[in-house]
Design a protein around this ligand. Structure first.
Ligand code: PEP
Length: 249
């Protein structure tokens, strides 16, 4: 049985008091599904969030990290730093990192390698832009992102990767991929994994969907056989909305 996961990406939202408030609300929320729950606060609040949630079944994860072990990279954070404050999962390749900080597939391959070498799990994000979908290139774009950043890994290493398909045109826009579009892409990704790594690996890898998932559309998206949960931006900033999504699995 592959893992069902709902992860909240808080992005650059929530100072310490708001982080404390949202964590209190999350602790009080009622969970009725068996999905694994993750939240990704900003770096400065990770340790606090980890300490607050260590007895809970909500995992605190990071939004990004650097590919180097350590050194002269002003403003950056390493895998060891994350591990030292209790974080063992990191989101890599988010479209905002790719677009605003020019992260390339080659950079991401190095980040993935560093994370795995530190025994971390990776939520690896990828997705096409609107122009790619309009040109009918969406599947090719997504496949090249996955191939370039992940296909140097062996099947054992791939067990520590959670995939997150996030069409860029659906992130923060209120525009969602239809359940059919999501299922079609997730199925194509799983087939691509099966062709390279075999059915067993493909059947066991979790593929999350991200892009304007809200309480009112989560169930329809999650009901697709190849959609194993979601990466949630805006709707993860309110505990009620986030748990409505968690409970939609
Ligand atoms: C995201 O940033 O990963 C995301 C899916 O955002 P939103 O849910 O706000 O579209």
């Amino acid at each position: 049985m592959r893992r069902k996961i709902v992860a909240g990406n808080w992005k650059m939202n929530n100072d310490l008091p708001r982080t404390q408030g949202l964590i209190t609300d999350l602790k009080n929320a009622k969970k009725t599904s068996d999905a694994e729950v993750m939240i990704a606060p900003a770096y400065v609040n990770l340790y606090h969030a980890f300490e607050e949630l260590r007895e809970s079944d909500i995992e605190v994860i990071a939004q990004n990290m650097h590919f180097a072990e350590n050194g002269a990279y002003t403003g950056e954070v390493s895998a060891d730093m994350l591990k030292s404050v209790g974080i063992s999962t990191v989101i890599l390749g988010h479209s905002e990192r790719r677009a605003y900080y020019n992260e390339t597939d080659a950079d991401l391959a190095k980040k993935v390698d560093m994370a795995l070498s530190k025994k971390m799990e990776v939520v690896f994000c990828f997705g096409e832009e609107l122009k790619d979908r309009q040109a009918g290139n969406h599947e090719a774009v997504v496949k090249s992102q996955i191939k370039n950043a992940l296909f140097h890994l062996d099947a054992d290493a791939l067990k520590h990767i959670i995939l997150a398909y996030e069409p860029v045109w659906a992130i923060g826009t209120g525009e969602t991929a239809t359940p059919e579009q999501a299922q079609e892409m997730h199925k194509a990704i799983r087939k691509m994994i099966a062709d390279k790594y075999g059915d067993d690996t493909a059947d066991n890898i979790s593929i999350l969907y991200g892009g304007s998932v809200k309480p009112n559309n989560a169930q329809e998206i999650f009901s697709n056989p190849d959609v194993d949960g979601g990466l949630i931006g805006g709707a993860s900033l309110k505990a009620d909305d986030f748990f409505a999504i968690v409970n939609a699995i």
